[in-house]
Design a protein around this ligand. Sequence first.
Ligand code: DC
Length: 237
Amino acid sequence: MSEESGVSDWNPVEGLTIAIDGPSGSGKGTVAKMLADELALPVLDTGLLYRLTGSVALQRDVSLDCESDVAALVDDLLTDIDWTVDGVFFAGENVTSQLRNEQVGAAASQVAAMLSVREKLLGLQHLLAEKGCIMDGRDIGTVVLPNAPAKFFLTASVRERARRRWAQLKDDSDSSLEGVLAELKMRDQRDAERQHAPLKQANDAIGIDSTTLRVDEVIDRMLGVLERRKLIARSVS
Ligand code: DC
């Protein structure tokens, strides 16, 4: 984004979709937002849909072990969800900030393992991706947008990811770095080993290990790929 004008330096091709997948704490949310700013594209964080499902299941005492009950809950939620670039609105309220805690993250990981829940949330993701966007999650390159012309898979060492997550959480909770690390390892295992749409790099995705990279270095690599593929071009001023 050009600092003086607030106008993007880049023109994306019409309807460009970019998939960014990776494990918790890999930085994909931050990177997706920055790239979206650079390209003036909407960004959609798909983890929020699973987080909302997990959160409402906890509030309504829906058993996280019962797939049919959680699936019925999703049917109910879908009538009241508004999922926008500003986050998730439920019953008219932006609930995004309430969804970013470890308890909801753990519940989200459980409901995300359920095939019927994933299938029910797929239509909404397709609908919003239609006009072009950057979407981040776990299965965007493999399942949600398999034909996206640009796919990135962001990783970082588990210790570095735990350190980032802990730095985000520590003002609002008394969790220890070791506790966050243990939780992250458990979540990684559940997301990668689940039967349906497990976390895995799409064959045609470009892997970026961000353990020792700054966010702007990651963004530069992505812009380079997009430019070489002629998916973006510099604006002529
Ligand atoms: O990215 P996150 O931590 O907000 O995601 C919450 C959970 O949802 C996480 O356990 C993985 C799951 N998820 C998924 O299965 N598929 C997606 N496209 C996005 C998130």
